[in-house]
Ligand binder design. Structure first.
Ligand code: EPU
Length: 333
């Protein structure tokens, strides 16, 4: 177990905010986590993954916990379905590379999403028509109310768009491993705009999970900043969903996606772009040129105030022009 006081968190958040935690603890197993006397730790206690979906708004006065539980174990190799259990500290993309490398279908469309397995089950990460909930079978966690191990089936996790019970009851559950269900059955998911195009010229009846993984990686690399090079937390805002009447009143010309319940999803990136924010800077923060849904730490020295200032400008302008309230996708801590 690693235990460091006055810990520099700049490498623990992909935005690269230079903030500190009073105490940082990294544990290697569920047993180590259970051995902690949390009440005796500096408060509050906050659990992070790779820090790829959060914005530290200031120094953290309490304890930051991080899982270093790293295992990938295949537990049931059925004829069709394959079950595997994966430690919460495994890099999500390493899990995908492992599964796709074994010729199994399921998570390949989520390739290259930054972050770790535990956080994927909290945030229900999603991309290119697939969400984490589609491949999760169960979630093993520690209930911090009574310090007992608890297991939730996927149906009990209250999953929605970037949402789950682990967000509703924030801080209550610490995820230690996730049970995933993947399949041998040929099942590429190519319907989401741009995926088929990226596989042009290929025989779409004879792809491997690795082929799809590579296509997705190509799409993401072209649009999204590489966290190793430029700080960001991916999409900064959620895509808003409005009534059809609202859509027709404020933005009938917008690209949009009709949802089954008759509502309409409008890409936040489109509105942000229309309002002239693409490439706009505030201090060290900038709206990313190639994808205006992303705010980046362009100078490497952006402060939380720079990022929040830009965020507030965008929210205010979108509200004024489209009568829509954008909500951040990134957690503010
Ligand atoms: N859409 C569809 N079908 C399509 C294309 C788009 O339903 O064929 C919907 C999407 O669900 C999305 C909206 O239209 O809500 C805009 O889609 P676009 O592909 O332009 O992506 P985006 O809004 O820039 C979203 C995710 C990304 C994810 C991409 C690809 C959010 C906030 N962001 O971005 O996730 O990689 O779609 O699926 O939903 C992230 O969460 O950090 C992130 C990068």
């Amino acid at each position: 177990m690693k235990r460091i006081e006055n810990y520099d968190l700049s490498k623990q958040n992909t935005f690269g905010m230079k903030v500190k935690a009073a105490l940082y603890i990294e544990y290697d197993s569920l047993e180590e986590l259970m051995s902690l006397d949390v009440k005796a730790l500096p408060q509050p206690v906050f659990h992070i993954g790779a820090g790829s979906n959060l914005l530290f708004t200031k120094d953290f006065p309490g304890t930051v916990l991080h899982s270093n539980i790293k295992f990938i174990k295949y537990v049931d190799m059925g004829l069709d379905e394959v079950l595997l259990t994966v430690g919460s500290g495994v890099v999500f993309d390493d899990f995908i590379a492992n599964v796709a490398g074994n010729g199994l279908w399921g998570p390949e469309n989520l390739s290259l999403i930054p972050g770790e397995v535990g956080a994927s089950a909290v945030q229900n990460i999603g991309a290119y028509g697939v969400e984490a909930k589609d491949i999760i079978s169960g979630v093993v966690c520690l209930d911090t109310r009574d310090w007992t191990k608890t297991v939730f089936k996927v149906g009990e996790c209250e999953y929605g768009y970037r949402d789950s019970r682990f967000k509703h009851e924030r801080g209550r559950y610490i995820i230690t491993s996730v049970l995933f269900r993947v399949t041998r059955k040929y099942s590429p998911k190519l319907e989401y705009g741009g995926v088929k195009a990226a596989l042009e010229g290929r025989d779409l009846t004879a792809l491997t999970p690795m082929d799809v993984r590579e296509a997705i990686i190509g799409i993401r690399r072209a649009k999204l900043p590489d966290p190793a090079e430029i700080g960001s937390a991916g999409s900064f805002f959620k895509n808003p969903v409005v009534s059809r009447e609202h859509f027709e009143r404020v933005a009938p010309e917008a690209p949009h996606y009709d949802l089954p319940d008759g509502t309409v999803k409008i890409p936040a990136a489109w509105m942000i772009d229309q309002l002239g924010f693409r490439g706009q800077k505030l201090g060290g923060a900038q709206v990313y040129e190639k994808q205006p849904l992303v705010i980046v730490n362009a100078s490497g020295n952006a402060t939380p105030e720079d990022v929040i200032g830009l965020e507030n400008q965008i929210i205010a302008k979108v509200q004024e022009k489209y009568d829509i309230t954008l909500h951040p996708e990134v957690d503010h801590i």
